[in-house]
Design a protein around this ligand. Structure first.
Ligand code: PNW
Length: 449
């Protein structure tokens, strides 16, 4: 699909792709790995739309060499993967399981040999089940356990990981995992899930300190953000927009950047101990931004338990997930972060951006995905426009390298630049892979553009 030439990105701009351990690795009992909350959740009837689990997934645990070759072929300068806590500490506590860390050792070495920076996320939602049995992220002690795990992992990989990311999307983990029960661990606590926010942030702050003691590499967190579109122009609509803004965009950012918690109805400050806010506000080097779409918000009915109502946005094309395709939302979001946090805002890297479509091989064995090309083209231009506005964006990671196990949606949503036939584990680069490869190559210094 022809697109106009991509505008230039600053020298040193980091091009990458992202994955997460539980969505691609499989091998869930290999080499001493313990069970995570997602193993338990997927084996509970009715939780996953296609009844699948991630026991095999993309079998990346055994095929990482082939997958690193796909990364090298794409020409990315970085690869963001996550480390499975239950491989490193099968019971969530105690000494490191060396065999589990060996896998990430091989992966990091393979990446470095291919000239690709390893970017490691410590926690992409796969809590060791024994920690959930003890209360999970509702329990303050989980934050200390997380820092211990960070220390063990950095002791082994600290010399090779080029950027550490503590948590992935703590908002989604809290809201879908503990608030609404549609993700693991499947708890439906609504606003009683707020302690999960604080304990994740506390774990982040403690892990930053643990990482600083082990490595000189930069440290980040990956938050997801959704620019708020207020529908309606009453004071009640605007108040609803502000409430949703506080919940989705500020709850996990204000305290990180030294502002304490935003006002939130139902937030019980009793879990916040003296000193916690200082721990949480430990300086980070990069803010990871995961962006998928904006959110339409208006005032809720009187009877609603929520201080807002979420409304589907009209007038946008939609992905196979029914999410609106809105590159303008990414531009708005980056400006919002810049305007809201000013000098407190560290440099940004887009740590996830991508889309699901029903991609399938054609009779010639190719996988054309013009909608994904249009999606990436639009979102990269939005990043470029934000840079022109003065926002310091240093990198862009596509979600995802491979089609993979999309949590409660099982194998039904394909986000990859590379198609995976799960029956045979055959990988087929889609047309978006070739397109992105060419965009990256054209952006390299010295390329004839
Ligand atoms: C992110 N929402 O999750 C995750 O970091 C990835 O693991 C996941 O595969 C990817 O986005 C695509 O879903 C999200 O409901 C899950 O708004 C749900 C939402 C957003 C992000």
């Amino acid at each position: 699909m022809p697109t106009a030439p991509m505008p230039e990105f600053p020298a040193g701009f980091r091009w990458g792709v992202s994955t997460s351990a539980h969505q691609i690795e499989g091998a869930t009992t290999a080499d001493g790995r313990g069970p995570s909350i997602w193993d338990t959740f997927a084996h509970s009837p009715g939780r996953i739309s296609d009844g699948s689990s991630a026991e095999v997934a993309c079998d990346h645990y055994h095929r990482h060499t082939e997958d690193v070759a796909l990364l090298a072929g794409l020409g990315v300068s970085a690869y963001r993967f996550s480390i499975a806590w239950p491989r490193v500490q099968p019971a969530g506590a105690g000494p490191a399981n060396a065999a589990g860390l060996d896998f990430y050792d091989r992966l990091a070495d393979g990446l470095l040999a291919a000239g690709i920076d390893p970017v490691a996320t410590l926690y992409h939602w796969d809590l060791p089940q024994p920690l959930e049995d003890a209360g999970g992220w509702l329990h303050r002690d989980t934050a200390a356990r997380f820092a211990e795990y960070a220390d063990l992992t950095a002791a082994r990989l600290g010399d090779r990981v080029r950027l550490w990311i503590t948590l992935n999307e703590p908002f989604i983990h809290m809201s879908l995992g503990y608030g609404m029960g549609v993700h693991a661990p499947g708890r439906m606590l609504l606003f009683d899930a707020f302690p999960v926010a604080h304990h994740q942030l506390l774990g982040h702050g403690l892990a930053v300190a643990a990482l600083r003691a082990r490595t000189a590499s930069p440290v980040a967190i990956a938050n997801n953000y959704s620019p708020v579109r207020v529908l309606g122009d009453s004071d009640a609509d605007r108040a609803a927009g502000a409430a949703y803004e506080a919940l989705h965009n500020r709850l996990f950012t204000d305290p990180l950047l030294g502002r304490g918690y935003p006002e939130l109805p139902g937030f019980d400050a009793g879990v916040v101990h003296p000193g916690d806010l200082d721990t949480i506000a430990a300086p980070i080097d990069v803010l990871g931004v995961n962006y998928y779409n904006p959110t339409g918000v208006r005032a809720a009915d009187e009877e609603s338990p929520l201080p807002f109502e979420l409304v589907p946005l009209e007038g946008y094309p939609r992905t196979a997930f029914d999410w609106p395709v809105a590159p303008d939302g990414l531009h708005d979001l980056l400006r919002w972060l810049h305007d809201t946090y000013g000098d407190a805002l560290p440099p940004i890297e887009i740590t996830e951006s991508g889309c699901a479509y029903d991609d399938a091989p054609d009779p010639d064995g190719r996988v054309p995905d013009p909608d994904r090309i249009a999606y990436l083209d639009g979102h990269l231009r939005a990043v470029r426009a934000a840079i022109d506005d003065g926002v310091d964006v240093r990198g862009y990671f596509v979600w995802s390298l491979l089609d993979n196990w999309e949590w409660a949606e099982g194998f039904t949503k394909r986000f990859g630049l590379v198609h995976v036939d799960y029956a045979t584990q055959t990988r087929t680069p889609k047309s978006s892979y070739t397109w992105l490869r060419d965009v990256i190559a054209a952006s390299r210094p010295g390329s004839a553009r």
